[in-house]
Design a protein around this ligand. Structure first.
Ligand SMILES: [Mg+2]
Length: 201
């Protein structure tokens, strides 16, 4: 199978690392540092202005991308899956910033993440792009994702294994498989693979 895999909050603990530095940045400036985690975007979760959030990311994004931690067993499960399946990492991290691409490739290497192809966001939106056309172009069989808008756009076309967060827990559909841990991902990929083989005959 061809497996599409998001990076932030799917392979990595991105929100935790962002909030760690947002607390330092916010405290220095007298901004709110207690997040409402039902919201995905920093400015919504903390009630900061877009200008404050942009200034924060300008200062800390490279460090956040460098230091963030992989989720438990993400590397092990992806290595195992990659023996049998093609892994395409599809991320909203933006290609327009060469340091973002470099930081991402370096992080994947340092953390032993197995993959065949890395596709970054080539749109003008810094933090988000539609993954639908990429999934169609590369004939992705299943996507592993956490972003609620992406899960919603993809699930009518392909199964989506969704890492659960307060901001996506409201989503329910036959094609959405909610998971909390990478050990569950292996189980579901095996299931989807056997289903695909039997449907092909
Ligand atoms: Mg994500």
């Amino acid at each position: 199978m061809i497996i599409g895999v998001d990076i932030d909050n799917t392979i990595t603990h991105t929100t935790e690392m962002i909030m760690h530095y947002a607390e330092i940045y916010g405290r220095e400036r007298g901004l709110n540092t207690v997040p409402d985690l039902r919201y995905y975007y920093l400015e919504d979760a903390l009630g900061w202005s877009t200008a404050e959030a942009d200034a924060f990311f300008d200062k800390y994004l490279a460090r956040i991308y460098y230091e963030m931690k992989p989720k438990d067993q993400a590397a092990e499960v992806l290595a195992e899956l990659n023996k049998q399946h093609e892994i395409i990492l599809i991320t909203s991290r933006n290609l327009k910033f060469p340091q973002v691409k470099e930081a991402t490739i370096s992080w994947l290497k340092r953390n032993n993440i197995s993959y065949d192809r890395l596709i970054l966001n080539a749109t003008s939106n810094m933090h988000f792009f539609s993954k639908l056309s990429i999934c169609q172009e590369y004939q992705v069989d299943v996507m592993i994702e956490d972003h609620y808008e992406l899960v919603s756009e993809l699930c009518p076309l392909l199964p989506v294994i969704m890492f659960e967060y307060p901001y996506n827990r409201h989503l329910q559909a036959d094609n959405i498989i909610p998971v909390k841990h990478w050990s569950e991902v292996k189980h579901w990929i095996d299931f989807l693979h056997s289903r695909k083989i039997s449907s092909v005959g």
